[in-house]
Design a protein around this ligand. Structure first.
Ligand code: UGA
Length: 438
């Protein structure tokens, strides 16, 4: 199929490359010239395992091109909208500027028979509104909503082999059938592998996406709330999560207590969902998401307070080593990263923060040049009064006391992700502190 992907950020760049990898002829379109130049040269503009490989192979096949010109979409018949919906400044709502601009920019190039496919995470009601826009500009074109569930770090696999597909289609059965036929062809490979498919209306498709993220955020804040109780009772939240996780109705995944969730999705999506519920006169239905958010933000404060405490009540002029800046491992994304937030807060309290991360230093440095960034664990912990493990990269999960014993000034470590073996560190003479674990 001839496909255009409008928006080449974390979602769109991966989607464009994956669609080409699946055999479609794809043009990726973005207003950011730098991003387009990098992608056209086969370079991923951000760190995502597997993306450089499929960018190279798709570009070599001639099936993947990039452009900053919306007119490049004119040849395509399927148009994915994959632009961002960040939090609107001064509000909890989603900023829809980019989605509207993408659709408006596409309208002059749409033809009868074309299908516009929304992938961005949007407030419920958006698809119906955009469908009107498309229909009034080109009556023979249509719109479907096809939310994306990819996780950064696994984005290529999640796009090529998703765990489910959701199509939100028109309420007109004939139009709906035509849209489904197009999407079935786009996703022929996944469907041939028996990927579950839910075909539904626009509102349900939009709500599936935000409900999934709200549920995941709630699961993480639930276990973090239990971690707070574990901290005052001497219980072990990791063993507790293992035990409740054996109940298949609960499940063990996304029950890792720590410094909380961040990134470009969960935090802003729960806020936008709550804001939309208020607009719909149903604010009370999602009021619990405010609590989910508060529990999450409290985790960062807890680590800052604990660190100051362990430093004797004063962070000023103390050397703090920070291992991990990305919002999660296998990503260079620092959007709303709890790790970076903690580093910045401690810096603000006068601590001398030296931070490292395998991939996120460039992004972190551009945003917070006041922190001191180094490439290795050894440089980060050199002379440190305290070590904070804040993003559970594989290389940090594997550190042993003997690796850093001789480098630090003080043997105190805060394991913000509960990934180290407490006994090993204590036996080596360290003051080891974790999240909801004795
Ligand atoms: C999330 C969803 O998991 C995807 O399904 C969704 O498609 C995506 O948002 C999106 O809306 O685009 P992602 O932002 O890549 O994906 O990150 P997650 O893997 O969900 O992790 C989010 C945060 O939760 C990270 O900061 C992670 O460290 C934290 N987390 C995760 C925990 O603190 N504990 C856990 O047990 C799991």
């Amino acid at each position: 199929m001839k496909v255009s992907v409008i928006g080449c950020g974390y979602l769109g760049a991966v989607h464009a490359a994956a669609m080409a990898e699946l055999g479609h002829e794809v043009v990726g379109i973005d207003v950011d010239q730098r991003k387009i130049d990098a992608l056209a040269a086969g370079k991923a503009p951000f760190f995502e395992p597997g993306l450089p490989e499929i960018l190279t192979s798709a570009s070599a096949s001639g099936r993947l091109t990039f452009s900053t010109d919306p007119a490049a979409a004119a040849d395509a018949t399927v148009h994915f909208i994959a632009v961002g919906t960040p939090q609107k400044p001064g509000s909890y709502s989603a900023d829809m500027t980019y989605v509207d601009a993408a659709v408006d920019g596409l309208l002059p190039y749409l033809k009868d028979g074309d299908l516009v496919v929304g992938k961005s995470t949007v407030p419920v009601g958006t698809a119906a509104r955009l469908a009107e826009k498309v229909k009034s500009a080109v009556p023979g074109a249509d719109l479907a909503w096809n939310p994306e569930f990819l996780r950064e770090g696994f984005a290529v696999k999640d796009t090529i082999s998703p765990d489910r597909l959701v199509y939100g289609v028109s309420s007109d059965p004939a139009i709906a059938a035509a849209s489904q036929a197009v999407l079935d062809e786009v996703y022929a490979k996944a469907l041939s592998e028996d990927t579950p498919l839910v075909v539904t209306d626009y509102a349900t498709a939009e709500l599936v996406k935000v409900s999934a993220n709200a549920f995941l955020a709630t699961k993480i804040s639930f276990i973090n709330a239990i971690a707070e109780i574990a901290d005052v009772t001497g219980a072990n939240v990791t063993e507790l999560a293992d035990a409740i996780g054996f109940d298949a109705r609960i499940g063990r995944r996304f029950l890792n207590a720590g410094i909380g969730f961040g990134g470009g999705c969960l935090p802003k999506d729960i806020r936008a969902f709550g804001a939309r519920a208020e607009e719909l006169g149903r604010g009370e239905s999602l009021a619990f998401l405010k609590e989910v958010d508060s529990i999450n933000l409290r985790r960062r404060q807890h680590v800052v307070d604990l660190t100051v405490d362990l430093l004797g009540g004063q962070a000023y002029n103390k050397r703090v080593a920070v291992l991990g800046l990305a919002f999660k491992p296998d990503s260079d994304d620092i959007r709303d990263s709890p790790a970076l937030d903690i580093a910045v807060q401690l810096n603000g309290l006068g601590a001398l923060v030296t931070a490292t991360d395998p991939e996120a230093i460039g992004n972190a440095q551009a945003k917070h040049p006041q922190l001191h960034f180094v490439e290795s664990i050894a440089e980060a912990v050199q002379g440190a009064d305290i070590v904070l493990l804040l993003t559970e990269w594989k290389q940090y999960r594997g550190i042993l006391p003997a690796d850093i014993d001789g480098l630090v000034a003080g043997k105190t470590i805060v394991d913000g992700r509960n990934v180290l073996d407490s006994a090993t560190w204590r036996e080596a003479g360290w003051n080891y502190r974790a999240m909801g674990r004795p």
